[in-house]
Design a protein around this ligand. Structure first.
Ligand SMILES: Nc1ncnc2c1ncn2[C@@H]1O[C@H](COP(=O)(O)OP(=O)(O)O)[C@@H](O)[C@H]1O
Ligand SMILES: [Mg+2]
Length: 94
């Protein structure tokens, strides 16, 4: 059985650490194809993990998404831009 990822909001760390990840990559795929969105949710709802997952997609890190829904959607992983943002005031590196 996989560990629950307590206080882990970095997608790469969740996948490489073998933690449980509830696959929301189909929602990310929809988000990417859409327009700008404003995500507003209370704390601990997965906003930070959602953003680091999005950053991994835009970095073209296809290997992290093996077996997840976005990998089965036909999405072509490629480096698209330099994702950056802030999670708890910490810069998500470019
Ligand atoms: N899709 C998911 N699958 C597994 N664990 C998740 C998922 N989304 C969030 N979590 C876990 O829930 C906790 C809160 O997530 P976090 O991204 O820090 O929330 P927020 O930024 O909204 O406060 C973390 O321990 C994170 O690993
Ligand atoms: Mg957060």
């Amino acid at each position: 059985m996989k560990d629950l990822p307590l206080d882990v909001y970095d997608f790469k760390e969740i996948i490489e650490g073998g933690h449980l990840y509830i696959d929301k990559t189909d929602l990310l795929f929809e988000l990417i194809r859409g327009k700008q969105r404003f995500l507003s949710r209370p704390r601990r709802f997965g906003k930070s993990l959602f953003l680091t997952t999005l950053a991994a997609i835009f970095r073209g890190q296809a290997e992290l998404f093996a077996g997840l829904k976005i990998a089965q959607s036909g999405y072509e992983f490629k480096i698209s831009g330099s994702p950056s943002g802030y999670v708890f005031g910490q810069l998500i590196s470019r």
